[in-house]
Design a protein around this ligand. Structure first.
Ligand code: GLV
Length: 320
């Protein structure tokens, strides 16, 4: 008998084809709608493998319903949606998809930085509304990116890829990380500083840390108060790392200059969220890794991890 696998979202045919020979597959067939919790609770009872997205909360209660589960393969690099400690206690392997999305996510992070600095979205809305009456000296003026100071909070793969892009703009590079990375310092000409110094000195602050208990509200009122009035905060990691209420107030009173956000505490972010009412916020619907090639690579890598785990090998991207 083939091992039973549940897939929580409709996947591209190529990915399903890769899995269907080895497994007895069941899949939530909708692309734009997450699987309802009660269906997931029912499906997980029989499943030996679970292929899931960051939209599913794989918590202890769910795992308690899953006596046969051996592998959880998350199609994302972040895995804060999974209770890894509970999975580990139960002997369940958890895998993610690092590496394949690094460059694509760094591209989007830099796009947010540029858009925030130069008011790209605001200016486009200005034109579309018919407000463009003439060229004028200080109209829609933004912040310079070239030669500015970029502070990266969390110098992992994506942080390094972002730094590489920033060197092309002759940016002065700072980082803060749990551990120092002398190798990266040498390679990228990036300087390690305290979190406080980074916040005080950077024109652009990019949040790229994982979302863990230590990084909940990592950027809060006190941190925002340390930033420069011309500073732009970029978050393409996870919503809860930045306190949204504190960010709203900092932006509203001009304590910082702008923000570029690809992630939110609640996703999809409600359209009446106060942050979305501010012209100096560029907001995107969690599309950091969303290039056609990269999403396919992520989906295939998640499939490979699942296959390896269920066929008795150590998956390439085991996180526990
Ligand atoms: C996306 O946010 C991911 O973690 O892959």
């Amino acid at each position: 008998m083939k091992p039973k696998v549940y897939i929580t979202r409709k996947l591209p045919d190529r990915v399903v084809d890769k899995l269907k020979n080895s497994f007895d597959l069941r899949m939530w067939e909708k692309e734009e709608e997450p699987v309802p919790r009660e269906i997931l609770e029912k499906e997980i009872k029989e499943a030996e493998g679970l292929y899931c997205l960051l939209t599913e909360s794989i918590d202890r209660d769910l795992l308690n319903l899953a006596p046969r589960l051996k592998v959880i393969s998350n199609m994302a690099v972040g895995y804060n949606n999974i209770d890894v400690a509970a999975a580990t206690e139960k002997g369940i392997m958890v895998t993610n998809t690092p590496g394949v999305l690094t460059e694509t996510t760094a591209d989007l992070t830099f796009a947010l930085l540029m858009a925030g600095a130069r008011r790209v979205v605001e200016a486009s809305h200005y034109l579309q509304r018919g407000d463009w009456k003439t060229w004028s000296p200080m109209q829609l003026t933004g912040q310079d990116v070239y030669g500015a100071t970029l502070g990266i909070l969390g110098l992992g793969r994506i942080g390094e890829a972002l730094a590489k892009r920033a060197t092309g703009f002759d940016m002065n590079l700072l980082y803060h990380n749990r551990s120092r990375k002398p190798d990266a310092e040498e390679r990228l000409g990036i300087q390690y500083v305290s979190k406080e110094d980074l916040l005080r000195e950077s024109d652009f602050v990019c949040v790229l840390t994982p979302y863990t208990q230590e990084t909940v509200n990592y950027i809060d009122e006190a941190e925002l108060a340390m930033m420069k009035p011309n500073a732009v905060l970029i978050n393409s990691a996870r919503g809860g790392i930045v306190n949204e209420e504190a960010l709203y107030h900092a932006l509203k009173k001009g304590q910082i200059w702008g923000a570029g956000l690809d992630v939110f505490e609640q996703e999809p972010v409600p359209t009446d969220h106060p942050l979305l009412s501010l012209p100096n916020v560029v907001a995107l619907p969690h599309i950091g890794s969303a290039s056609q090639n990269t999403r396919l690579k992520m989906a295939l890598l998640a499939a490979e991890n699942l296959i390896q785990g269920l066929l008795g090998e150590t998956p390439k991207n085991l996180v526990n």
